[in-house]
Design a protein around this ligand. Structure first.
Ligand code: ADP
Ligand code: MG
Ligand code: ZN
Length: 477
């Protein structure tokens, strides 16, 4: 039989506010266990939560950017359950009136375009973390993450392939990063994704029974988990003549398999009720208008503009807009008077290579647009040759050092003394008479050898163009 895979995603995103959602503890990642806590976020009796306004702003912005209808009258609900990482034994979340509903996210896979519908976007608080120590056979609770603000974004079951899921997550990550509402670091758990998946015979419009997979912490793991689970369900039905059980499964990336965790709970199981400690919030139309008017230009729009206004190839524009930090860096460099194509070339060749080598994100670098502009200008002014400039770039990158000072201290200025170039070329030719004869006899490949020898003699500091010209003239003369 031909099967169709149906997938819906629930994505949790930690918001990049400085403080937690209902208290003033820091949201900073890590820290010694239980040092980012207070009586409110550890759920001590008698404490009261106070809503962080920034959380509301970020959630509203995200809703607008994902084309959701924003709920003007917005409130929280209490979701009751016990788990050792949740000291209050309830989570403050939104069930009845989520802040965003009926959104639309356009995605592109290859040349195919598709709209993924957002069912809802709601605000809630994160839980703590359990640290399992197998060595001493103990589990310890770290409540630092308790009360870190989250938005949960729930899609309709609109995905049919792993590629569509990845395209959506990339779009989501880029949108939230450009908005500045989250750093979306999967490796630190600030973007986490649950995959709901079912299969059905191709052509059917009924939904099959779904499972929900948790614990997916990279795009690669998500793609693998989808392929595994789709096959498991198909084989269960087709080969074993069994039914899929609605359950929550844990993905184990090392074993490349998913395992049953628990049967699926329903909303009733949580005995939701309106959160009595936080009053409802009303968002005025004026407030939303202001947020709407100040949404930043997103990656796609910037990419199109770079092609249109700067004449960059689509590919270059796509790379440069990969993250907002990189894109801002490019625009600031151009604003300093550097030709866009020149700035793009430097960033794609030298900057992206170094970031990759160092395993760094663009927003983590100290290196500034002014420094890149200074290096590029030294090259165009003939003070530095291109090859040496790359080395200077690398040397000043980490600490955003002064390239002019570095060049001076290391005697790297380009040799523009034509007399010196002439005499060096003459010396090299005199020292390699047999190669000169071979070259003149037609072995043109040797030209590169002569360039290399001359550049070495000039300590790499000559202008390669000048060396080429002089060599050609002397050899052919
Ligand atoms: P819950 O909140 O109990 O997890 P929801 O009904 O809100 O359940 O659905 C959660 C996610 O599961 C949504 O993204 C939805 O699109 C997806 N989903 C629901 N039914 C199916 C199904 N049969 N197959 C695949 N995905 C599904
Ligand atoms: Mg769910
Ligand atoms: Zn606190």
């Amino acid at each position: 039989m031909d099967w169709e895979v149906v997938i819906g995603l629930e994505t949790h995103v930690e918001l990049a506010t400085r403080t937690k959602i209902f208290c003033s503890c820091t949201t900073e990642f890590g820290g010694a266990p239980n040092t980012h806590c207070c009586p409110v976020c550890t759920g001590m009796p008698g404490t009261l939560p106070v809503m962080n306004k920034k959380v509301l702003e970020y959630a509203a912005k995200a809703s607008l950017a994902l084309n959701c209808e924003v709920t003007r009258y917005c409130k929280f609900d209490r979701k009751n359950y016990f788990y050792p990482d949740l000291p209050k034994a309830y989570q403050i979340s939104q069930l009845y009136l989520p802040i965003g509903r009926n959104g639309k996210v356009p995605i592109k896979v290859g040349s195919e375009e598709k709209i993924i519908r957002i069912h809802e976007l709601h605000m809630e608080e994160d839980a703590g973390k359990l640290v399992h120590d197998n060595w001493i056979d103990q589990t310890r609770a770290d409540y630092n993450r308790c009360g870190v603000p989250l938005i949960e974004i729930v899609t309709e079951p609109d995905f049919r392939t792993a590629d569509e899921v990845i395209a959506y997550l990339e779009k989501l990550r880029s949108t939230l990063e450009y908005l500045g509402v989250s750093d979306c670091k999967m490796q630190e758990g600030s973007l986490r994704c649950d995959v709901n998946l079912s299969v059905r015979p191709k052509g059917s419009d009924e939904l099959g029974t779904r499972t929900e997979m948790k614990n997916l912490n990279s795009f690669k793991a998500i793609a693998r988990a989808i392929r595994y689970e789709a096959r498991r369900q198909q084989e269960l039905i087709e080969l074993d003549h069994k039914r899929v059980i609605q359950e929550t499964r844990r993905w184990d990336d090392n074993k490349d398999a998913s395992f049953s965790m628990r049967s699926k709970e329903n909303a009733q199981d949580y005995r939701y009720f309106p959160e009595p400690d936080i009053p409802p919030m009303e968002l005025s139309e004026a407030y939303l208008d202001e947020l709407r008017a100040n949404l930043p230009e997103m990656a796609e729009a910037r990419q199109a503009r770079y092609v249109r206004a700067f004449g960059l190839p689509e590919y270059d524009a796509g790379l440069l807009t990969g993250t907002r930090a990189l894109s801002d860096f490019f625009e600031e460099t151009v604003a300093l008077g550097i030709a866009p194509k020149e700035a793009a070339n430097w960033m794609m060749a030298d900057l992206l290579r170094l970031l990759k080598e160092k395993g760094m994100e663009p927003k983590e670098m100290l290196f500034a647009p002014e420094t890149l502009a200074a290096i590029i200008e030294m090259v165009s002014d003939g003070k530095l040759n291109r090859g040496t400039a790359s080395k200077v770039f690398e040397a000043v990158f980490d600490n955003n050092g002064d390239p002019a000072a570095y060049v001076k201290d290391h005697g790297l200025e380009q040799i523009n003394d034509t007399g010196l170039v002439e005499s060096t070329v003459a010396e090299i030719l005199a020292a390699n008479p047999s190669q000169v004869i071979e070259y003149r006899g037609g072995k043109e490949k040797l030209f590169g050898f002569f360039v290399g020898q001359c550049m070495r003699a000039l300590k790499g500091k000559a202008d390669p163009k000048a060396v080429n010209e002089v060599l050609r003239r002397q050899l052919n003369g």
